[in-house]
Design a protein around this ligand. Structure first.
Ligand code: ATP
Ligand code: MG
Length: 214
């Protein structure tokens, strides 16, 4: 079982997230991708973030009808900041021994990996899939990780993957990059401009019905 874990604020989810996840499922033959909204994102200020419940509802609407996509509210069931390592531990404990977890992030998020809580153990516990943008050259692990950590990884050309002897691998994968951000969606919503084709219609209807981001 190969499980993709896609964490984010998803304030709100948009087609950039959905398309990238779809392509990664195909590229890495993931059996499932779980979208995991952060309850209390450690790296973001809470202002402007709508409630967990709203973000979860919008994700529910967005993933409906896709057999590979699902979502989890696990981060809302833990007190305090939402640390990815706790989430990975949760899924590992819940799954059987054959479970492999692939933590999905954007390049911007992965560039800051050494600021994440307990990041060294996180890199041991699961694989990382870094979605790269066209034109954004993979800067290489040596630019991102401290030398002692980066030095443990060996690049395997056949699998196009960085591997470490005891722990997770790191895959840099280029996905179709739709230049959409949640910030842009929120801004347009506030300005009363159209959101069509930026996020699913069901999500647009939900935002309108609940007067979100006004
Ligand atoms: P914001 O504008 O509020 O920062 P966002 O659009 O970046 O929101 P997040 O919830 O912060 O969305 O992102 C969750 C994850 O999705 C991150 O790993 C981020 O790098 C990635 N991501 C964000 N936008 C895109 C996109 N257009 N295509 C692919 N991945 C994306
Ligand atoms: Mg972002």
């Amino acid at each position: 079982m190969k499980l993709g874990l896609f964490g984010g604020t998803f304030n709100p989810v948009h087609f950039g997230h959905l398309r990238a996840a779809q392509e990664l499922a195909e590229l890495l033959k993931l059996d499932r991708i779980v979208f995991i909204p952060a309850a209390t994102p450690p790296h973001k200020t809470p202002s402007g973030i709508v409630s967990f419940e709203h973000r979860l509802q919008m994700l529910q609407l967005a993933v409906a009808g896709n057999d590979v996509f699902s979502l989890s509210d696990v981060e809302n069931r833990r007190p305090g900041k939402s640390y990815s390592i706790d989430t990975v531990r949760y899924f590992r404990n819940a799954g059987d021994s054959g479970l492999e977890c692939f933590f999905i992030t954007g390049q911007d998020a992965f560039d800051a990996i050494t600021t994440w809580h307990d990041w060294k153990n996180l890199l041991r516990l699961c694989h990382f899939v870094v979605m790269t943008r066209p034109g954004y050259e993979n800067r290489g692990l040596h630019q991102i990780l401290p030398p002692d950590v980066a030095g443990r990884y060996v690049y395997d050309a056949a699998g196009d993957v960085f591997q470490q002897p005891h722990g997770g691998s790191i895959f840099f994968r280029q996905t179709t990059f739709l230049d959409i951000s949640s910030s842009e969606v929120r801004k347009r919503m506030q300005q009363g401009r159209s959101l069509r084709y930026l996020t699913p219609d069901s999500v647009i209807r939900y935002m309108e019905a609940n007067r979100l981001y006004r």
